[in-house]
Design a protein around this ligand. Structure first.
Ligand SMILES: Cc1ncc(COP(=O)(O)O)c(C=O)c1O
Length: 389
């Protein structure tokens, strides 16, 4: 089966503009949006078929997470990550970000420390303050010339831990750097979590998009089974199959005590999952893999095109992402360095919308989303050539 990742799809005026998207509607019509993390591609055909069948049913009352969906995720996990999970470990909810906040409420007390690393997907940085906890952060180590990318600074991480620290919000593969962490880094992290008695939330949302040929995701739970009693893993089909607007995600919690606390905290705060999201999730996990494989080839090509282009922009640095469709560009030494926000400058001068590194805790950087058609990416790169070349 072939899939079309090349034909541009109108996301600006679908149904005469009645279906606006965050990505395409935040900025003016002349701006090319390569910011928020969704892709400009249709979801797998089987997902669309399953949704159409569900729409045809015509009744959209309260649903229940189907046992068949839980089974599909068990199978996906065993097949792709060698992680055998039980249906009962799964707590489906309408998003990964809500799960991060619930984890803070469920597993810590007011004033406790919630630790994460920077740069990081911005909501991680808000969880502590939004839940009345203490925000704690440790910076990652930026690549040096000759390095093969961003690395976890275990000393900095340990230095950020205090006797208040209870929860570590972790992200693998990592948004925004696209890093797939090395096993020695993860071993150090696991050891710290054990020694300091931390609960770990491992956001593995991007784990189905490992870009290097033959690369396989290893969940934290598989690499370090000893963490199982203090671990919650977060997955969703949303990034992989481009379903973010259907809001379905899953917290996988093997420890029944943590699971119970999480479920009790969710009560009354968290709505049930969208019935459409559940249908889409099951179809994606059951039938979406050929589409995902085809997507990975496209993303690999886009990564290559981007890396070649960035090499021509003086002072711009990029450690090629190993996963997902996000690239984290260091513009501190570029033509735009030292001028406030490079993202704002690029929006203004090039008409390209990127995510501002400051929101991820690292000003001077931008995050570029290459999950779009080759034609759209090329158009944006031509504009960036003008501004950065
Ligand atoms: C690491 C990570 N976690 C969570 C999210 C958001 O997940 P959700 O839309 O399910 O809340 C994103 C979105 O880009 C992400 O990159």
């Amino acid at each position: 089966m072939t899939f079309d990742f090349a034909t541009p799809i109108d996301r600006r005026q679908p149904q005469g503009g009645a279906w606006p998207s965050q990505k395409w509607h935040r900025y003016g019509d002349d701006v090319l949006p390569l910011w928020v993390a969704d892709m400009d591609f249709c979801s797998p055909p089987q997902v669309i078929d399953a949704l159409q069948a569900r729409v045809e049913h015509g009744v959209y009352g309260y649903g229940v997470v189907p046992a068949s969906l839980k089974d599909a995720l068990c199978q996906w996990s065993a097949t792709h990550y060698d992680y055998v999970i039980e249906p009962s470990w799964q707590h489906w909810l309408p998003g990964v970000v809500p799960a991060l906040h619930l984890a803070s409420l469920a597993f810590t007390e007011p004033g406790d420390g919630v630790l994460t690393v920077t740069p990081i997907y911005p909501p991680f940085l808000q969880v502590a303050s939004r839940t009345g906890r203490l925000a704690q952060q440790a910076a990652l180590r930026a690549p040096d010339a000759g390095d093969d990318g961003w690395s976890l600074d275990l000393e900095a991480l340990e230095a950020a831990i205090t006797d208040k620290t209870r929860l570590l919000l972790w992200c693998q593969p990592h948004n925004p750097t696209g890093r797939v962490w090395r096993s020695a880094e993860l071993a150090g992290l696991a050891e710290l979590a054990q020694r300091h008695d931390l609960i770990v939330v491992s956001d593995e949302l991007h784990c189905d998009l490992l870009l290097d040929e033959g690369a396989r995701h290893v969940p934290l739970a598989v690499a370090f089974p000893e963490l199982g009693e203090r671990l919650m893993t977060l997955w969703a089909p949303s990034k992989t199959f481009n379903l973010a607007g259907l809001t379905a995600a899953c917290a996988v919690i093997s420890n029944p005590k943590l699971r119970k606390r999480f479920a009790a905290t969710a009560k009354g705060l968290m709505p049930d999952c969208n019935v459409m999201g559940l249908v889409a999730a099951e179809a994606a996990y059951r039938h979406g893999d050929p589409w995902r494989q085809a997507l990975l080839e496209v993303l690999r090509d886009h990564r290559q095109a981007l890396v070649e282009r960035v090499a021509q922009w003086p002072g711009v640095r990029l450690a090629a992402p190993q996963s997902t469709y996000l690239a984290w560009l260091d513009l501190r030494e570029s033509r735009l360095g030292g001028q406030g926000s490079p993202a704002a400058a690029l929006l203004e001068t090039a008409g390209v919308a990127l995510s501002d590194g400051a929101d991820f805790g690292w000003p001077g950087f931008v995050r570029l989303n290459f999950g779009t058609t080759a034609a759209q990416l090329e158009k944006a790169l031509e504009r960036l050539d003008e501004a950065l070349g």
